[in-house]
Design a protein around this ligand. Structure first.
Ligand code: C2E
Ligand code: CA
Ligand code: CA
Length: 557
C-alpha cells in the first residue's frame, strides 16, 4: 500500500512538499519540483527557505491547517497557487512536520477576476457600471454622514447621441462612447468615479467638494471636454452633454435619492439649452413631489371623466369659412380648474399615460365630429387630433384607430392626425409603416409645428402627409424678422408645389393674415380668428356657418 500511495503522489498534478519539524524538506513530488523550478539535485534534508523560497516564510505564520494564496514565478511565467498547509503529528499529538499541497489556481482566478470585472465594470468603456457606482456612492454617503467631506453626484446624458448612433451606425456610436469616457476620466482625479449607467448615460462621483462652485466648475470642465469635436473613422462629430448635479449628503437621503435628484437636474439642464448643466435644489425637490402628485391624479383623470376637448377653428384664408377644428385637450382638475396641456402632457408622455389619454381623445373627438357632420351637413367640418410620438410608437395605435372609425365613422377624408417632426427622427421606417397602414383606413396626416425640428420637406414627401402646419414661432417672428418671413414664404410655396395643404398656426394680427394671404397660404388658425372653443361655442359657430351657407345658397338660387 505505501508503494501505491507513493505512485499516486508522484503522479499528482498538485505539488506536494513534506517538511519536518525544523522546516527541512523531507520529501517532494515531481509536480512540486516543476513548480519551484528544481532540477535533478537532491532536496531532501535542505532547509525549506532554499527549496520553496519566500513561501517558507509564510507557512510558519498562522499557516497551520489553513490555505494560503501565493504567486510564484516558474519558467518566466507568473502563476497563482492555493497552498494548503496541514500539520503532521505523531501518535502523542506532537508536531512532527508539515504537509504542503500546492494547487494551480491561475485559470480559476483569472476567470473569477473576469466575472468580478464584468459584474462591476462596463464592458464597452471599461468604466464602472451602475452597480459599482451605487456602491461607491453608498460609501460616500456613509462617510459624509460620519463627518466626512461633502461630495457631488453628476448625471450626464449625451445630446443627439441617438441621432448619431442611428445615422452613422452602432460602431461609430460605440467609438463615440469610448472617446467620451476617456475624456471624462482625463478631466477628473483618479479618486473620482466615472461610470456608464447604460446607453449614453454617465454618472460621476466627485469626492470631496468644497461647495456648489466646485461642482459647477467640474461640470463646465466636463462639458468642455465632451464638446470638443470627436474624430471617428470617416467622420467628425460634435456632441455635448446635459449635466445634472446633486450635492451630498442630504438629510434622510440615500444613494438612490441622490442619483434621482441628479437625474432630475439633468432634465432641467436639457430644457435650459443654454447652460447645459443644472444643480438640484429645493425648488426642484418640491417640483418632484408635485410631479408625483400630478401623476397619480392624472392616472385617475380618465376614469373620473375629468378630461375635456376644446376645439379651435381652422379657417380658409379667402372665404373665412371654418373647414376644420383642432381638438385640444383640457383637464378639468378638481382643485386647480381647467388645465392646458403644457401643465400635464409631458408627464402623460413620460409615464405612458398618453396612450390611454390619446385613445380617449380620439374616441371623444370622432364621436363629436360625426355628430357635427350629421347636425350641420352644410357646414360639415373636418377634425384634426394631436398624436404624440409615444402614441405613434405604440403597437395598439392602429387597432385603436380602427375601433374608433367603426364606432363613429366620419365623412371620408375628414379625420386628420397631427404628428411632429421628432416622430420622423426616431424611426422613419417604422413610422412609414404605421402611417401607410392608417392612411389605408382613410386617415390623413398633418405635420405639426413644421420647421422647428430636423426634417425637410423632401423627407415629408416620402410620407402620406396631407397638410403642413407652420409653427407659431415662425408666424410670430414674421413681422420683425425678415428671415422668418422668408422661411414662411418658402415653406408655403414649397408645400404648394408638393400639393400639400398649408395651415399657418398662431395667427394673431391682421398684418400676419395679410402677409400669409399674399404668400398664398390657404388656411389660418389662431387667436385672430378664434381661440379654442368649448363644445357649446363651437356648435354655435357651426350653427352660424350652416345658416350662412344656407342663406348663401338661397340668395344664389
Ligand atoms: P399645438 O398642437 O401646437 O396646438 C396649438 C396650441 O397653440 C394650443 O395650445 C392653442 O391653444 C395655442 N394657440 C392657438 N392659437 C394661438 C395663437 O394665436 N397664439 C398663441 N399664443 N397660441 C395659440 P394648447 O391647447 O395649450 O396645446 C398645447 C400643445 O399641447 C399643443 O400644441 C399640442 O402639441 C399638445 N396637445 C394638445 N392637445 C393634445 C392631445 O389631445 N394629445 C396630444 N398628444 N397632445 C395635445
Ligand atoms: Ca397641433
Ligand atoms: Ca402646432
Amino acid at each position: 500500500l505505501p508503494v501505491a500511495r507513493e505512485r499516486v503522489v508522484d503522479e499528482m498534478r498538485d505539488g506536494v512538499v513534506v517538511l519536518d519539524d525544523s522546516d527541512r524538506v523531507l520529501d517532494l513530488n515531481p509536480a512540486a519540483r516543476g513548480i519551484f523550478g528544481l532540477t535533478g539535485e537532491r532536496m531532501v534534508g535542505r532547509p525549506a527557505t532554499e527549496v520553496i523560497g519566500a513561501l517558507a516564510g509564510r507557512i510558519g505564520s498562522g499557516g497551520e491547517g489553513s490555505t494560503l494564496q501565493v504567486t510564484l514565478e516558474s519558467a518566466g511565467e507568473e502563476r497563482s497557487y492555493e497552498v494548503r498547509v496541514s500539520p503532521l503529528t505523531d501518535r502523542g499529538g506532537h508536531l512532527t512536520g508539515r504537509l504542503l499541497v500546492l494547487r494551480d489556481a491561475t485559470e480559476r482566478m483569472r476567470m473569477e477576476g473576469e466575472l468580478w470585472h464584468n459584474a462591476f465594470y462596463d464592458s464597452l468603456t471599461g468604466l464602472a457600471n451602475r452597480a459599482l457606482f451605487r456602491d461607491r456612492l453608498e460609501l460616500a454617503v456613509h462617510r459624509a454622514k460620519r463627518g466626512g467631506h461633502p461630495f457631488a453626484v453628476f448625471f450626464l446624458d449625451l445630446n443627439r447621441f441617438k441621432v448619431i448612433n442611428d445615422s452613422l451606425g452602432h460602431a461609430v456610436g460605440d467609438e463615440l462612447l469610448v472617446t467620451v469616457s476617456r475624456r471624462l476620466e482625463a478631466c477628473l482625479r483618479p479618486s473620482d468615479t466615472v461610470a456608464r449607467l447604460g446607453g449614453d448615460e454617465f454618472a460621476v462621483l466627485l469626492e470631496e467638494v468644497e461647495g456648489v462652485e466646485d461642482a459647477t466648475r467640474v461640470a463646465e470642465r466636463m462639458q468642455a471636454a465632451i464638446s470638443e469635436p470627436i474624430r471617428l473613422p470617416g467622420h467628425e462629430v460634435v456632441t455635448s452633454a446635459s449635466i445634472g448635479v446633486a450635492l451630498g449628503p442630504v438629510p434622510e437621503g440615500d444613494a438612490e435619492l441622490l442619483l434621482r435628484n441628479a437625474d432630475m437636474a439633468m432634465y432641467r439642464a436639457k430644457e435650459s439649452r443654454v447652460l447645459h448643466y443644472a444643480v438640484f435644489d429645493r425648488a426642484m425637490h418640491e417640483q418632484a413631489v408635485e410631479r408625483l402628485r400630478l401623476e397619480s391624479e392624472l392616472r385617475r383623470a380618465v376614469e373620473r371623466d375629468e378630461l375635456r376637448l376644446h376645439y379651435q377653428p381652422i379657417v380658409a384664408t379667402e372665404t373665412e369659412r371654418v373647414v376644420c377644428f383642432e381638438a385640444l385637450l383640457r383637464w378639468e382638475h378638481p382643485e386647480r380648474g381647467l388645465l392646458d396641456p403644457p401643465a400635464f402632457i409631458r408627464i402623460a408622455e413620460e409615464t405612458g399615460l398618453i396612450v390611454s389619454i390619446g385613445e380617449w381623445v380620439l374616441r371623444e373627438g370622432c364621436r363629436r365630429l360625426r355628430e357635427w357632420q350629421q347636425r350641420f351637413p352644410a357646414a360639415a367640418p373636418a377634425l384634426t387630433v394631436n398624436l404624440s410620438t409615444r402614441e405613434l410608437a405604440h403597437p395598439e395605435l392602429v387597432s385603436a384607430v380602427e375601433r374608433t372609425l367603426q364606432e363613429a365613422p366620419p365623412l371620408p377624408g375628414t379625420l386628420y392626425l397631427e404628428i411632429t417632426e421628432d416622430a420622423m427622427v426616431e424611426s422613419p421606417e417604422a413610422l412609414e409603416r404605421v402611417l401607410a397602414h392608417l392612411a389605408g383606413l382613410g386617415i390623413r396626416f398633418s405635420m405639426d409645428d413644421f420647421g422647428t425640428g430636423y426634417s425637410s420637406l423632401s423627407h415629408l414627401h416620402r410620407l402620406p402627409v396631407h397638410t403642413v402646419k407652420i409653427g407659431r414661432s415662425f408666424i410670430a417672428r414674421m413681422g420683425s424678422d425678415a428671415e422668418a418671413r422668408e422661411i414662411v414664404r418658402t415653406l408655403v410655396s414649397l408645400a404648394r408645389a408638393l400639393r400639400m395643404e398649408v395651415v399657418a398656426e398662431g395667427v394673431e394680427t391682421e398684418a400676419q393674415r395679410a402677409e400669409l394671404r399674399a404668400f398664398g397660404c390657404e388656411y389660418l388658425q389662431g387667436y385672430l380668428v378664434s381661440g379654442p372653443l368649448t363644445v357649446e361655442d363651437a356648435e354655435e359657430l357651426l350653427q352660424g356657418e350652416q345658416a350662412r351657407v344656407e342663406s348663401g345658397a338661397a340668395s344664389a338660387g
